[in-house]
Design a protein around this ligand. Structure first.
Ligand SMILES: [Zn+2]
Length: 201
């Protein structure tokens, strides 16, 4: 598969979030397991597309190998939540504007705005090709080329980094934690793509 790249800053946030979630010793151990010790020096904080997407599935695999599948996926979910908070600070003005207008809007509209903002950022800076649509009373997030699981094979959906990121996005947007995000299709588990069903609860 041809190597694709995401902005250094995305890789930087991922590594920072991973270190926060695992603690520094756990983080260093996962890097070692993945054969990626050089990443303990974070990439530069810029938008140059120099961070190989293929490193992400290697990190996710190492997480599951080190902590076991269940705990490893919990930690990936937690890492995704932290990624959202690191990322949103980049959109300070937007976040301020949103927080002024949001209380006036119903939850499904707020959720949709939050999800669309994240999808737009990813579509601008990565090759995933994400589409968001409403289906009945939930949202569906479909990513055609998922960078989290690319090249992996798994007996069950494994993109918990994204599940956590979307969970926290909607939590932030609607101001309550009732949201459920479920990966209903995963390319690593034989699906045609990866898809997240987002239920506001
Ligand atoms: Zn995936």
């Amino acid at each position: 598969m041809e190597e694709t790249y995401i902005p250094n800053r995305f890789g930087r946030f991922l590594l920072m979030a991973l270190e926060q979630s695992l603690g520094t010793p756990g983080f260093q151990a996962v890097l070692g397991r993945a054969g990626l010790r050089h990443l303990s020096v974070y990439p530069a904080d810029n938008l140059e597309r120099k961070f190989p997407v293929g490193l992400i599935p290697r990190l996710m695999t190492a997480l599951e190998e080190m902590y076991g599948v269940e705990k490893g996926r919990d930690l990936a979910f937690q890492t995704g939540r932290v990624c959202f908070h690191l990322g949103i600070s980049d959109f300070g003005l937007l976040a301020d504007a949103v927080s002024l207008v949001f209380p006036l809007l119903p939850s499904p509209v707020r959720a949709r705005v939050g999800i669309e903002i994240v999808a737009e950022v990813f579509n601008r800076f990565t090759d995933g090709n994400i589409q968001v649509r409403k289906e009945g009373d939930h949202f569906l997030w479909v990513v055609e080329r998922c960078g989290i699981c690319q090249g992996r094979t798994s007996s069950s959906p494994c993109c918990y980094l994204l599940t956590g990121l979307l969970h926290e996005t909607v939590h932030w947007a609607i101001g309550r934690d009732s949201v459920h995000v479920t990966e209903v299709a995963c390319a690593a588990a034989g699906g045609p793509h990866c898809a997240m069903e987002i239920d506001l609860g």
